[in-house]
Design a protein. Structure first.
Length: 638
């Protein structure tokens, strides 16, 4: 029964919990509005909705009812076929726990599949919230496809979107004179890109110009995606729906069709390209003397792979060595300043795979962390900071408008207590001044464990203790980077947030600002963008874990070295040292003794032989099996 009383109407983005309760984020409210399941009215997780807010009862949270769905964030779901016995009726049970209802499929659709098959289904009709939505099976899935699709990301673009992209490709070459007019021309200034060897979408380039012996002009040029992807068009709607590109081990799921991401917008060498830039005049000591923001045109002289650029730096020779070397010197100064301010240095180890023609992993190795990686990173951070600082100043100056910032709060005390407990168990006594740990204190911890077996484990736990960086129009600064102002400006080919920031920046550079209705929309949509990024990261991690398990299962019976990364009441987690593949030694497989788990010391101790296993210990393990679908490895100690 609906609650009585005067209701107010608003718009927002809804999130759904695994229990089926909705919470709407809306610019006009300090707290989320709770939507009980019976008032959802077919709204799904991530949808933009219009809703009633019921009169607030004293000391109770706000709650409301969905009036209608304005925009669907997701219409396709991965799920399992559930054929009802003795009936032609079948349903798809979604994998996504936030999808609170099963999806009905017609007898004709049901005839295409078998019980318990994994499928991708698209909702085609849902008029009555009291009934199940009706769906159509889009694809029968293998294990490979579901990693991406279960997060709501589609591998193929709708035909109309592809058609719009192809048309754009035809009319954008050569670049019309009118599109060049009004831009700063950097085509005669040394410019290059530095990216992974297998990259195809180049969305950032660096230009270098010597002003005097100790003053340099550095341009951070970013693909001008907003010039091509117009607000409200089919390309924009699809990019908005996707939110990000996803980089899996064996393939990329782009936010934009390849004709844009790999061609029109990509800063390919030897081609005129439209860009949006932060041009910084810097002293040799890393002091920013002047910052200019605006539209540019470039023609990249060189496409560097990271390894190629690093080789030039190491050997002190090669094309553009002088420019690379000076940029590297400046990057080290910038990084040093950030570290002194308390920026966190996680530098967590990552792995890369060599795959055969069918996508099967042939080898796994740790990615080297090169100086040139840090070079690019520092100038991207600098550009993002300068854009955020400008927008923050402008919003305050005119007392109007808003922007999207990338914010990161301090970690919660409970999470830090857990980290400090782990460090004590590993023999590190750390003193923290005050209730909250500062980023400088965290860096001191990282420095203390550098090069030790437990380094990777401690950094992993520290990262988990951090608040998640999110998008918001409320600028609280970035704890991890130790910056008062930060945003995402440098990757509009692969992040929709950056595309929005480009549009906001253009508005302010032309003397405008976001209007109140637009501010409300950006506030609401920032939460959805944050969730899409989390989903993409989860999909990427799942892809890595899948390939790690696939590779290691081919080594069943082999012995490896590892580090104990966790101990639970049912087994010991071990991370293999070279591949970083995580697996478990179950208690039932530890047959040399009866082991007791100690919560106080976070360790296992044998009751007879007193052998002790603690977090951070180096151990030898043998692979005895696993489950590729569940991404699980079974180890035993040897």
């Amino acid at each position: 029964m609906k609650k009585e009383g005067k209701k107010s109407v608003a718009k927002g983005i809804i999130g759904i919990t695994s229990k089926g309760t909705g919470y709407v984020t809306s610019a006009g409210f300090d707290m989320d509005i709770q939507i009980e399941p019976q008032f959802l009215n077919t709204a799904l997780h991530g949808d933009e909705v219009e809703f009633f807010v019921f009169p607030q009862i004293e000391k109770e949270r706000l709650d409301g009812e969905i009036i209608r769905v304005l925009w669907r964030a997701k219409m396709e779901f991965v799920g399992t076929v559930d054929k009802r016995k003795g009936s032609a009726i079948s349903f798809i049970v979604p994998d996504d726990k936030r999808m609170y209802t099963d999806i009905f499929i017609s007898p004709a659709e049901s005839g295409r599949v078998r019980n318990n098959w994994k499928v991708l289904v698209r909702i085609i009709k849902w008029d009555d919230p009291k009934k199940n939505p009706e769906g159509r099976i889009v694809k029968v899935l293998g294990k490979k496809g579901s990693i991406v699709l279960e997060k709501g990301f589609q591998m193929k673009f709708p035909p109309k979107v592809e058609k719009e992209a192809e048309l754009l490709g035809k009319i954008s070459k050569p670049i019309p004179r009118k599109d060049i007019d009004g831009r700063r021309d950097f085509r005669r200034i040394t410019t290059f890109t530095i990216d992974p060897e297998d990259a195809k979408d180049f969305d950032d380039a660096l230009s270098f110009k010597k002003v005097s012996d100790d003053v340099f002009e550095i341009g951070v040029h970013i693909a001008d995606v907003s010039h091509y992807v117009k607000e409200g068009g089919r390309l924009d709607e699809e990019a908005r729906r996707r939110g990000v590109s996803i980089y899996l081990v064996d393939r990329t799921i782009p936010m934009l069709p390849e004709v844009l991401s790999n061609d029109i917008c990509s800063l390919n060498p030897g081609q005129d390209k439209l860009t949006f830039a932060a041009v910084l005049t810097m002293s040799s000591g890393g002091h920013i003397q002047k910052a200019w923001l605006g539209r540019t045109i470039i023609n990249s002289n060189k496409r560097f792979a990271y390894e190629e650029a690093q080789k030039a730096l190491d050997e002190k020779k090669g094309g553009y060595y002088d420019e690379l070397n000076r940029l590297n010197e400046l990057a080290k100064i910038l990084r040093g300043k950030r570290m002194k301010m308390g920026a966190l240095d996680f530098d967590k180890e990552e792995v890369k795979f060599k795959l055969d023609a069918k996508g099967k992993p042939l080898s796994v190795a740790q990615k080297p962390r090169l100086d040139v990686h840090k070079l690019v990173e520092e100038f991207m951070i600098l550009a993002n900071k300068e854009v955020a600082s400008y927008l923050s100043r402008e919003v305050k100056r005119i007392n109007k408008g808003a922007s999207i910032y990338r914010i990161h709060g301090a970690p919660k005390k409970e999470a830090i207590d857990e980290l400090l407990f782990l460090l004590r168990m590993l023999g590190h006594e750390i003193e923290v001044k005050g209730e909250n740990i500062s980023s400088k204190e965290l860096n001191e911890i990282f420095e203390k464990i550098k090069g030790k077996p437990e380094e990777s484990l401690v950094k992993t736990v520290a990262m988990r203790s951090m608040a998640k960086a999110i998008y918001s129009i409320r600028n609280i600064g970035h704890y991890g980077l130790a910056l008062e102002n930060y945003t995402h400006f440098t990757s509009p080919i692969r992040r929709y947030a950056d595309l929005l920031v480009h549009r906001i920046l253009e508005r302010h550079l032309k003397g405008g600002h976001l209007r109140s209705q637009e501010i409300a929309w950006h506030h609401n949509f920032a939460a959805e963008l944050s969730q899409r990024e989390i989903d993409a990261t989860d999909a990427e991690r799942s892809s890595v874990a899948y390939k790690q398990v696939e590779y290691m299962l081919g080594k069943t019976g082999h012995v490896f070295e590892g580090v104990i990364s966790g101990i639970t009441t049912w087994g010991v987690y071990v991370e293999e040292s070279r591949t970083k593949a995580s697996g478990m030694v179950k208690f039932k497989d530890m047959k040399d003794d009866f082991y007791v788990f100690s919560k106080e010391t976070y360790s296992l101790v044998g009751t007879r032989r007193k052998r002790k296993y603690s977090v951070g210990d180096k151990v030898k393990i043998k692979i005895i099996g696993g489950d590729l679908e569940r991404k699980i490895l079974d180890y035993i100690f040897v």
